[in-house]
Design a protein around this ligand. Structure first.
Ligand SMILES: O=C(O)[C@H](O)COP(=O)(O)O
Length: 247
């Protein structure tokens, strides 16, 4: 049996402001940093260790990973960063408040943009200051490859390519792997691993900063998965930050 740990970054400053974030490079909130420290403590207390780590090129995920590795005294392990693990690109919605956007376009339309598989948010214009194709962190991307918006299918295509090219080989070599990423890049991977239907994935939300353990067989097919708390597997439902706030 192979174990892999997935974790969504801790709460970000735009999670607090309830803004669409996507590829915008915002940092963790104070609470998000606490979540990251707590996640590292949980993993260490439950006897986990890692040989290799993967994350995105966005600081909220990178800092979450750094903080976890700091708590586990594993800052020396190799860390690979790739835009492939970035949050899905939210296009022209990036920076807008989610509640205000729902008031303007309707709850149903916003839910479709946030949680459907094949509906893309409005695209970003290349003249928009939020268009970051020239950022040094994306120098490996050809301009035509740089997204102006993404649906979950688009994000899943790049996440799965990275999974096959970089993460599967590490797992097959017996390396213990942690992936620190984003709500929708993790949803994309889970849809693939658990073969979740388009209808089923709409209701899947990933909480911030809580380790999610996947146990895989030798063919990397999921056996079971669970969130981890101080006392081990967490059985009760965990609500993502936004839902907690909305409760
Ligand atoms: O990119 C964002 O806005 C959040 O990180 C994830 O947003 P969502 O939960 O609305 O997809």
């Amino acid at each position: 049996m192979i174990k892999i740990v997935l974790i969504r970054h801790g709460q970000s400053v735009w999670n607090v402001e309830n803004r669409f974030t996507g590829w915008t490079d915002v940092d963790l909130s104070e609470n998000g940093l606490v979540e990251a420290h707590h996640a590292g403590t949980i993993l260490k207390k439950n006897g986990y260790s890692f040989d290799i780590a993967f994350t995105s090129v966005l600081k909220r995920a990178i800092r979450t990973l750094w903080t976890i590795l700091q708590e586990m005294d594993l800052m020396w392990i190799p860390v690979y960063k790739s835009w492939s693990l970035n949050e899905r690109h939210y296009g022209a919605l990036q920076g807008l408040n989610k509640a205000e956007t729902a008031a303007k376009y309707g709850e149903e339309q916003v839910l479709l943009w946030r949680r459907s598989v094949d509906i893309r948010p409005p695209a970003l214009d290349k003249n928009d200051p939020r268009y970051e194709a020239s950022s040094p962190r994306y120098q490996s991307l050809k301009e035509e490859e740089f997204p102006l918006t993404e649906n979950l299918e688009d994000a899943e295509a790049r996440v799965l390519k990275y999974w096959d090219d970089k993460i599967v080989p590490a797992l097959k070599e017996g390396q213990k792997v942690i992936i620190a990423a984003h709500g929708n890049s993790i949803r994309a991977l889970i849809q693939y691993l658990d073969n979740v239907s388009a209808d089923g994935i709409v209701n899947l939300n990933i909480p911030t900063g809580i380790p999610l353990v996947y146990e895989l067989d030798d063919d990397l097919k999921p056996i079971r998965h669970y969130y981890l708390g101080m006392g081990g597997e967490v059985t009760e439902e965990i609500l993502p930050n936004e839902q907690q706030k909305e409760k």
